[in-house]
Design a protein around this ligand. Structure first.
Ligand code: ADP
Ligand code: F6P
Length: 535
């Protein structure tokens, strides 16, 4: 039984809002990134508390702005202030100069500064202190992402007895990569203090288990269905795969608004009335933006007849600008854009339109609707919600998705998308050519299939399936591993059911069946089977 009697307390490095200072004061902005987008959409109308950083330091009085932000939400917002040193060494340093590149299989980009580790531990204790002040025993504490991997241990030291879960929004690397981390064992051990540990994909989960086998051989791993049970000393944790999704209905509904359609038509008129290709990303080296631009350049070289008829709109939201790797990336991207435009622009046609700013939701929806091809080619990505948002917004059923095989969304969407290796510029160029020449009927059947998958694997289902994996408190300690473990009983999914409030959520909702999809010979959607376990 996994009923949550109290509240759900979400804990993430970022709150869904960011307080940005400017000369005349401060204003609220929407946080960018998949975690904030998904959790905010999934948690809409639910009570509870969200604890995180609003981008501000300890001396700032942000309470009035936070209260204003909370006014429009069903849950309370509680901020953790970070000093300048903590922002530099915990957020930019340990989280984004060590864990981010390492977990995305890019160890050569890591800066293993030992001071970062000291501050990472300190800030994890700081977050834990705020959570400890807030949580009661019957609450469920749900910690998100790689910034906060040590919090469960600190919470326990502070005497917190509530059950705790952790979800990793980014990939988990293989043992050969993970073992480069000087602090690998304390991190693994701290993760095993959580009652539930969730990953985006089966590969991430199996990498985690392989790391345990290599680095903590005393841990035991038992295969339940659908999740694993890992034991270490007196503790045990449920370890599962929970692919994140978006609020499909809300995206589709908002994309259908007449003003969005009008804005999309305006974009097409001004940018291109021929093939419009769209890339939307945080400006991050994991997103493969230079590689994408080089692929687009190759397309223009290899297929001269496409010149003047295909336009790439690349939207990037500025991100982590204090970190040297990100500064270099911006220069590299801007140089490539200007080289391509310098080489190929003709009167009436500019090959690459480059937008470097955070778009409002309506503007983003208009771009999704205007696009003929969604080009989502990260070198590595936990999931990639842009791919799913593009599908959801395709209410006209005419867009083609090209997606990287190295995004979490790649395997999930492979049956309707064109799947590419982003390092293979010729393959990406060919995929663009093929997508531009695809028949309307082929496009329609593919995007229908994709929209069905995105609709099924939505953010509400992600939340439900994670909360349902929480074991009852007596199952997480004592006794030999497996003695008291039994897998959650499957029940029928109830799509569209409104969550009855966090206190009831886990007991009232069902585990996800995972339908399998395939394109039939006639390219029509077939749902092959429905299985509650792993693929
Ligand atoms: P990540 O979490 O690594 O940033 P995701 O693709 O999972 O990657 O999520 C990115 C989120 O940020 C999406 O919800 C997307 O809509 C949003 N986003 C990306 N670029 C922009 C932009 N320029 N303006 C507004 N939102 C953006
Ligand atoms: O979704 C992955 C993620 O790393 C989140 O954890 C993070 O909040 C987001 O991308 C955006 O990054 P940042 O918080 O560094 O701006």
């Amino acid at each position: 039984m996994n009923e949550i009697k109290g509240r759900v307390i979400n804990v993430s490095n970022r709150l869904p809002v960011l307080i940005r200072k400017y000369a005349g004061g401060a204003r609220l902005e929407r946080s960018s990134g998949g975690l904030a987008t998904a959790l905010e959409a999934g948690w809409r109308d639910q009570p509870g508390v969200w604890i995180g950083w609003a981008g501000t330091g300890p001396d700032e009085n942000i309470e009035p702005l936070l209260l204003r932000a909370a006014h429009r939400r069903s849950y309370t917002l509680r901020s953790v202030a970070l000093t300048e040193e903590e922002t530099a060494k915990f957020y930019s340093g340990f989280a984004n100069e060590i864990i981010w590149p390492l977990f995305h299989d890019m160890p050569s980009r890591c800066n293993f500064d030992p001071e970062y580790w000291e501050i990472y531990q300190r800030v994890n204790r700081k977050f834990a202190k705020v959570v400890a002040e807030t949580a009661q025993e019957d609450d469920f504490i749900w910690v998100h992402d790689y910034h906060l991997m040590l919090t469960a241990a600190s919470l326990k030291e502070a005497g917190v007895r509530a059950r705790m879960g952790f979800f990793l929004h980014i990939p988990f690397p293989s043992p050969d990569v993970f073992e480069k981390l000087p602090w690998k064992k304390p991190i693994l051990k701290s993760l095993l203090e959580f009652d539930v540990i969730g990953f985006q994909g089966d590969r991430d989960r199996s990498n985690f288990v392989s790391c345990l086998e290599r680095l903590l051989p005393e841990a035991t791993v038992e295969r339940g269905s659908p999740h694993l049970l890992v034991g270490l000393e007196e503790r045990r944790s449920v370890v599962g795969t929970f692919p994140i999704g978006i609020d499909f209905e809300a995206f589709g509904r908002d994309a259908a608004r007449p003003e969005i359609a009008a804005h999309a038509a305006e974009i097409r008129k001004r940018v291109s009335d021929d093939v419009l290709v769209l890339g939307v990303d945080r400006l991050d080296y994991t997103k493969g933006i230079p590689e994408r631009l080089k692929s687009f350049r190759l397309l223009l070289r290899r297929f001269p007849e496409m010149r003047g008829h295909i336009t790439l709109v690349q939207v990037v939201v500025p991100s982590r600008e204090e970190i040297p790797n990100y500064k270099h990336l911006r220069r590299e991207v801007e140089l490539l854009v200007s080289q391509i435009n310098g080489e190929y622009t003709e009167p009436g046609w500019v090959p690459v339109h480059y937008i470097h700013r955070n778009l409002g939701r309506d503007e983003l929806l208009a771009y999704y609707r205007a696009a003929d091809i969604g080009l989502v080619t990260p070198l590595k990505d936990g999931m990639n919600l842009v791919a799913k948002e593009f599908c959801a917004a395709q209410i006209d059923e005419r867009g083609v998705l090209i997606v990287s095989e190295f995004a979490g969304a790649g395997p999930e969407l492979r049956s309707g998308a064109i799947v590419v290796n982003p390092n293979d510029f010729a393959e990406v160029a060919q995929a663009l050519y093929d997508a531009a020449h695809m028949t309307a009927e082929d496009k329609r059947s593919r995007i229908r299939l994709l929209r069905q998958i995105v609709k099924d694997h939505n953010v509400h289902r992600w939340i439900r399936s994670f909360l349902e994996a929480i074991p009852s408190s007596d199952r997480t300690k004592g006794g030999p591993v497996g003695d008291s473990w039994s897998p959650p009983t499957p029940s029928k999914d109830r799509p569209g059911q409104k969550m009855p409030g966090v206190a009831l959520v886990a007991s009232a909702l069902s585990p996800p069946g995972r339908p399998r999809y395939a394109m039939g010979k006639d390219a029509k959607l077939r749902v092959m089977s429905s299985a509650a376990g792993e693929d």
